[in-house]
Structures are given as C-alpha cells and as structure tokens.
Design a protein around this ligand. Structure first.
Ligand code: AMP
Ligand code: MN
Ligand code: MN
Ligand code: MN
Length: 283
C-alpha cells in the first residue's frame, strides 16, 4: 500500500490529437497505463474536448485521471503556458475563455503560411491542416510536421529554430489570454493553476519574478518544476523559487507523441523532497 502521494508516478502534462499530440485521447491514456503512470492528466492546449474520451479510457483501465488544460497566455510580450488541473470541463467560464483564446489561430495559421511561402515553402496551410486533428487548434507543431515532411528539416525541433520562432519566416506574433484571465477561468472551473515549464521562457530575472508574483496574487498554486524541458539544475532552481513563493510542485512529461518528445510518459525526474506535490489534491 502506498502512504505518500509523492510515491505515485504522476504525469500531469500531456497532449493528444485534440491539440498538437499524435495519439488520440484513448490511445494516449492506454500508453500512459502501459508505461506505468499511476495518475494521469490530459492537458491539451486551449481545449477540453478530449477529456471525456480520455476519462472513459482511464476508467476502463483503472488509471486515476485528472482533467486538465494548458492555456496559452501572453505575459510581458512573452508566451507563457498555464496548466489547469482538476478542472470541470463543463464550466461555462472556462469554455468561453478557451474559445476566445482559440479564435485567432486559423488567421494566424494563414499568416504563417504566407511567411513560409515567401521563404520557399509552399502549401503550408493545407500541409499543416492535414496534421491537425482539430481545426480549431492549428498549432506551430502541425506546421513543423509538414516542413519535415517536405524535407526542409529532419526533425521538428530543428524546424522551430529555423522557421517558427521569433524573427523567423513562419513566426507570427500573437496575443493569447491575459495571465489573470487564464487563472480566473481555471479557478472558476474548480481547477488548480500551475505555471508550465518555467525554464522555457526567455524572461529576465525581473520579469520571472513579476510572473511568479502576479500569478500568486491571482490565485496561482504551483510551478511545474519536474518536466522534460528542465535540466536537473533547473529543477533545483525552480524548486527554490516555489518554496520562496509558497507554491507547490508539479510533474509532467509534456509528451506529444512517441517520436516527438523529450520524454516518454511517466519518465520525468521526481519533484524534490521538501516541496509539496500538487497532486496531493487529487489522490
Ligand atoms: P503554438 O501554440 O501554435 O504556438 O505552438 C506551441 C507548441 O509548439 C508547443 O506546445 C510545443 O509543442 C511546440 N514547440 C514550441 N517550441 C518548440 C521547440 N523549440 N521545439 C519543439 N517544439 C516546440
Ligand atoms: Mn504543444
Ligand atoms: Mn507548453
Ligand atoms: Mn504542453
């Protein structure tokens, strides 16, 4: 018998075909179970449409399931991702908020395709749409897959550096949700707000401090300290920040698919001892 929630193999960050993952919600849950995950959250970008199928699969397999979402936010002119865990996906406030965040994606995709065409990559809109499982959620990842398919790069990670990040031909600046709005939607849906992969943002130390302060003031609860994008050093550093700000710690692979991810489902470092695991709320 397990006594401590810390001992669970919790993977609280993963994507399905409802956003930019390559497995559908049921297949993703099956893989999580097969990989030894004991508490699993589906956290599609700006979408909750996969949760019902994922929950049904988890129930069938006896895998403890947490309904999640990863909200795209603009903070200090940077894109920041806020996870909401344990949300009630029928919440009107959450659904309306997410619908607004998704609304600009198709036009942005058109502009990305125009930029890529100028750089010699034609047909990128249709090409990206072919990979999108949800037409409300066309993402840079879908463009990256098309660019790899065309042979302009050998893997998606290379595509981002060359084509899809700031200053590159397929990059289109976009205004996502406000930080306070995202936290409010998650909270209204009974969920727990968490800053995803804090080590990925190119924020100055002052901006990072402002992010943590504003997030806490708005009702934010945790930092995702253990994630595939973090080095051991970053896990250590963000654990210190979490303790300093009174946040709990989360853990997630940010899995997108068998061939595309830094880490397999459930295969991430542990949240260090001394930091309260956010999933004590779900077990
Ligand atoms: P979007 O919401 O359309 O801007 O797409 C963001 C998604 O692109 C992220 O959730 C990642 O899945 C992916 N992504 C962003 N930056 C990179 C990168 N440097 N390498 C690989 N994937 C990335
Ligand atoms: Mn993604
Ligand atoms: Mn993210
Ligand atoms: Mn993610």
């Amino acid at each position: 018998m397990r006594l401590l929630p810390m001992d669970l193999n919790a993977d609280l960050h993963a994507h399905s075909t409802v956003s930019d993952g390559t497995l559908d919600p049921a297949a993703l849950v099956e893989r999580a179970k097969a990989q030894g995950v004991e508490l699993f959250a589906l956290t599609d970008h700006d979408e909750v449409r996969g949760l019902a199928a994922a929950r049904a699969a988890a129930d069938r397999l006896g895998l403890a399931f947490v309904a999640g979402v990863e909200v795209s936010v603009t903070f200090a002119n940077h894109t920041v991702h806020i996870l909401g865990l344990g949300v009630d996906e029928t919440s009107a406030q959450l659904r309306d908020g997410l619908a607004r965040v998704r609304a600009g994606r198709m036009r942005r995709a058109q502009e990305m395709a125009d930029g890529l065409a100028k750089a010699g990559i034609d047909g990128a809109l249709d090409g990206a749409l072919k990979y999108a499982g949800n037409l409300d959620l066309v993402s840079r990842t879908h463009f990256a897959r098309y660019i790899v398919e065309r042979g302009f790069a050998s893997e998606t990670r290379e595509v981002f550096g060359r084509y899809l990040t700031e200053g590159k031909p397929g990059y289109v600046p976009h205004k996502w949700a406000g930080l306070r709005d995202a936290v409010a939607w998650i909270t209204a849906a009974g969920g727990v707000p968490i800053i995803a992969h804090p080590g990925r943002y190119k924020l100055t130390p002052t901006e990072l401090w402002a992010l943590f302060s504003e997030f806490r003031e708005a009702g934010g609860v945790a930092l995702e300290v253990a994630t595939s994008a973090h080095t051991r050093e970053q896990i250590r550093r963000f654990t210190e920040h979490a303790l300093e700000f009174g946040f709990e710690g989360s853990r997630g692979s940010d899995f997108h698919g068998p061939k595309e991810s830094h880490a397999e489902l459930g295969q991430v470092h542990a949240v260090p001892d001394g930091l309260t695991p956010v999933w004590h709320r779900f077990v």
